[in-house]
Design a protein around this ligand. Structure first.
Ligand code: GDD
Ligand code: MG
Length: 352
C-alpha cells in the first residue's frame, strides 16, 4: 500500500522562511518536518512506499530523503511540471494505482492511529475516509458536516463565518479508493477539497468520517510553527527530540558549548556546534539551531533560531523566528513577532 504526501505547496504563509526552504522541510528542532510525517505513516505496516508529491523546490527535498535509505520505508518522488492543486496532485501521483491509498497534507502533525482509520474504511467499504478534528475556528480549514452514522454530508472549504455549522474540519488525512479518481481531470489544476470531496457527497458515494480527538496541528503559519515547538517541549505532543524527557527539560547537545556564567532555562533546545557566551541568557521555549553564536549578555526568549545565526552582545530576541545565517547586531532589540528570512542583517542598536 502506498502513501502520497502532498508536499508541493509554496508555503506562502510562512514566508520569508520558505523562500529558500520549502515548507515540507522547515526544521522542527533542526529536523526537517516531513520526518515527523514519515514516522507516522511508517507505523502502518501495510505501507511499503511513500510518494512525495512535489512542485516547489523539489531538489532540496529529494536531497534530504533520497530513496529512504535508513528511514525504514521506500521513498519516491513525483514532481509536477506546474502546480496541479491538491486534487490534480493526487491524480498525477496516484493516477495509475489500483489499490487503496493513504493521502496526507504535507504540513499536518498528529498522532492519529492510521490502522484504526484503515479498519473503519474497510469495514464500511468506503470510497473515501477522511480524518476530522475539532477546532475553535474552522474558517482557515475545510468544514466537514457528518450525519449520526459518521457519513460526510457536506464539505465546505474555507467557510465564511456565517457558514459555520459545526466544529469539525478536514485534518488533511484521507484513505481513498483510486477508482474514484476518474472524475479528476488529468494534468489540470484541481482541488480535492473544492471539487473531489463535494462530488463524492453529490454522487452519494460511501464517504466516511473518522473524528480524531487527539493532537493535531497544521504548521503552515508562523503562529502554528512556533506552537508546535512549544507543544513538543511541553509534551502535549510526544515527538523527538523531547520524547521521554523530563518536564521543562533544557535539551542541550553534547556538542554545544555553554560558557560559564551563561544561563539556560528549560524547556529549550540547543543544537550541536552552538556557542552560548558568558552572561548570555536562553529563556524558556527557545530553540537554537546548529552553529549559532550567542554573544555575551544577549538574551533569547521564546524564539526559534535556524542554523548559523549570530546574535551580538546585549541583543534581545523575544518571541521571534530568525532564519539561517542571520546576523543580529549588538544591543539590537527584536521584540515580539519578528520573522527574519535567511541571511538577514540587523545593524547594531536597531529596534524592531
Ligand atoms: N503536489 C502539490 N501540488 N501539493 C500541493 C499543491 C500542489 O499544487 N497545493 C498544495 N499542496 C500541498 C501543500 O504543500 C500542503 O501540504 C497541502 O497540499 C495542503 O495545502 P495548504 O496550502 O497547506 O492548504 P490549507 O492548509 O490552506 O488547507 C488544507 O489543509 C487543511 C488542514 O490543514 C485543506 O485540505 C483543508 O481542507 C484542511 O482543513
Ligand atoms: Mg496547510
Amino acid at each position: 500500500m502506498k502513501a502520497i504526501l502532498l508536499a508541493g505547496g509554496k508555503g506562502s504563509r510562512l514566508r520569508p522562511l520558505t523562500i529558500h526552504t520549502p515548507k515540507p522541510i522547515v526544521p522542527i528542532f533542526g529536523r526537517p518536518f516531513l520526518h515527523y510525517q514519515i514516522d507516522l505513516v511508517k507505523k502502518l505496516p501495510e505501507i511499503d512506499e511513500v510518494i512525495l508529491s512535489l512542485n516547489y523546490q523539489p531538489r532540496r527535498i529529494e536531497e534530504i530523503f533520497g530513496y529512504g535509505d535508513g528511514l525504514g520505508v521506500k521513498i519516491s518522488y513525483v514532481v509536477e511540471p506546474a502546480p496541479l492543486g491538491t486534487g490534480g496532485a493526487v491524480k498525477y501521483a496516484g493516477g495509475t494505482l489500483d489499490e487503496t491509498v493513504v493521502v496526507f497534507n504535507g504540513d499536518v502533525m498528529t498522532q492519529v492511529d492510521l490502522a484504526t482509520v484503515l479498519r473503519l474504511h474497510r469495514e464500511r467499504k468506503a470510497k473515501a475516509t477522511i480524518v476530522l478534528t475539532p477546532v475553535e475556528n474552522p474558517t482557515a480549514y475545510g468544514l466537514v458536516e457528518t450525519d449520526p452514522d459518521g457519513n460526510v454530508r457536506r464539505f465546505l472549504e474555507k467557510p465564511k463565518a456565517d457558514q459555520i455549522t459545526c466544529n469539525t474540519i478536514n485534518a488533511g488525512i484521507y484513505i481513498l479508493e483510486p477508482d474514484t479518481f476518474d472524475r479528476i481531470p488529468k494534468d489540470t489544476a484541481w482541488s480535492i477539497e473544492r471539487s473531489y470531496f463535494p462530488s463524492l457527497v453529490e454522487r452519494g458515494e460511501t464517504f466516511v468520517a473518522f473524528v480524531y480527538q487527539g493532537y493535531w496541528i497544521d504548521i503552515g503559519t508562523p503562529e502554528k510553527y512556533v506552537q508546535v515547538h512549544r507543544d513538543i517541549m511541553d509534551h502535549r505532543f510526544s515527538a523527538p527530540p523531547f520524547e521521554g524527557s523530563p518536564q521543562n527539560f533544557a535539551m542541550v547537545s553534547a556538542e554545544a558549548r555553554i560558557e560559564d556564567g551563561a544561563t539556560v532555562e528549560g524547556p529549550c533546545f540547543i543544537d550541536e556546534g552552538t556557542i552560548v557566551k558568558a552572561g548570555a541568557h536562553i529563556a524558556p521555549y527557545s530553540a537554537l539551531g546548529r552553529q549559532c553564536h550567542i554573544e555575551e549578555e544577549a538574551r533569547i526568549d521564546g524564539s526559534i533560531l535556524w542554523a548559523n545565526t549570530r546574535v551580538g552582545r546585549d541583543a534581545l530576541v523575544r518571541q521571534s523566528i530568525i532564519g539561517r545565517h542571520c546576523h543580529i547586531g549588538r544591543n539590537s532589540i527584536l521584540d515580539g513577532g519578528i520573522i527574519l528570512g535567511d541571511k538577514s542583517v540587523v545593524t547594531d542598536y536597531s529596534k524592531l
